[in-house]
Design a protein around this ligand. Structure first.
Ligand code: HPA
Ligand code: ZN
Length: 344
């Protein structure tokens, strides 16, 4: 791939990464053995015969739903605070190798609290990995708490309560960001409209908590406009179906909303047939800000550098194009001016 060295060394910010999406088959088998979690037997489900068999299973997903079933099933191996820290560390070591300097990462508390894991165990474990990334690699990070849109709104309400009552939205020290910096919205999109989660997003806005939501991955552009107009999100995760609504695209440009695009994820989940179907050049020409991200790297063929390389292989962008992408991803990060100046 042309510009390989340049892209490899380019300081990167990542904004669309599910920590649970870093759970590789090898780590899943290791944690399941440690925690005495029974995996399906080879008879029940041959995909779970071995880490190698499971990696093979992950080579093809029919769509988002097919992936999500694997993703939620794998999470059952996560039990202790240390497990969450190990998983977070799995991300940060790979991100460091790929030149990530700043990462805003998602986690799905409901997929663990529903199995009896406490909210505190999850956040404390992931946050410990974030702190260690800062000390050992100088990587700054933010945690984004996602609601699972396929679960009842009452479950999201319990999750919001846990974050508020545990003071996870409160600044730790003067000027420092809270343990949970933002809200996100993920899982099955079509049929689970953003408007369902309005009360939590407005509560977050009141508390100066940042807001984003998945939208326009499988859902039509009304899932994007709904998130912007009703949830007051500051960016859109995926958002690639924005191109179907030119007026909305103009609104996104005017308001400086950033899309967090995940090229390999879109390819693996059959959202596009080819990376070239992503309208990257149109977004650049029209001034739509976006960052490039890995989404669920244990499932979608690689971490963030592989996504940069896939885009370069498909589009042969210029160094100036890449500078725009790199600058927009710094400017779209939820960090102060000082940190932005360091990264620019
Ligand atoms: N979309 C929706 N939910 C998800 C995704 C995604 O790309 N990754 C993990 N959960
Ligand atoms: Zn995602």
């Amino acid at each position: 791939v042309p510009l390989y060295d340049f892209l490899s060394e380019l300081p990167k910010c990542e904004h669309h990464l599910h920590l649970e999406g870093c759970l590789t088959p090898a780590l899943l088998f290791r944690l399941a053995a440690k925690n005495n979690i029974r995996l399906p037997s080879a008879d029940e489900n041959p995909a779970y015969a071995s880490p190698e068999a499971l990696a093979k299973r992950y080579e093809h997903f029919d769509n988002l739903e097919d992936f999500l079933q694997c993703y939620y099933r794998a999470m059952r191996a996560l039990v202790t605070e240390e497990d969450f820290e190990v998983l977070g560390w799995e991300y940060f070591t790979n991100a460091h190798r790929d030149g990530v300097q700043h990462a805003e990462v998602f986690f799905d508390p409901q997929s663990h609290t529903s199995r009896g894991v406490s909210f505190k165990t999850i956040v404390t474990g992931f946050y410990a990995a974030c702190r260690r990334a800062k000390t050992e690699f100088g990587i700054t990070s933010r945690l984004i708490m996602c609601f699972l849109r396929h679960l009842p709104v009452t479950s999201a309400s319990d999750t919001m309560r846990a974050a508020i009552d545990g003071k996870y939205f409160d600044a730790i020290d003067e000027g420092e960001s809270p343990k949970i910096s933002a809200l996100g919205l993920d899982s099955s999109e079509v049929g689970f409209r953003p408007e369902l989660f309005k009360e939590f997003y407005l509560e977050a806005e009141k508390r100066n908590i940042h807001r984003t939501a998945h939208g326009g991955e499988e859902g039509d552009p009304t899932y994007i406009s709904g998130a912007l107009d009703t949830l007051h999100v500051e960016r859109i995760d995926h958002g690639i179906r924005l191109v179907e609504d030119p007026e909305l695209l103009q609104q996104v440009v005017k308001e400086g909303i950033m899309l967090t695009i995940c090229p390999l994820s879109n390819l693996c989940l059959q959202v596009v047939k080819d990376i070239r179907d992503l309208l990257i050049k149109e977004f650049l020409a029209k001034g739509v800000k976006f960052s490039l991200n890995s989404d669920d790297p244990a499932y979608f063929r690689g971490y963030v550098l592989n996504n940069y390389l896939a885009v370069q292989d498909a589009f042969r962008l210029s160094i100036d194009d890449w500078k725009v992408i790199a600058q927009d991803s710094v400017q779209g990060s939820w960090i102060g001016k000082e940190r932005k100046d360091e990264l620019l």
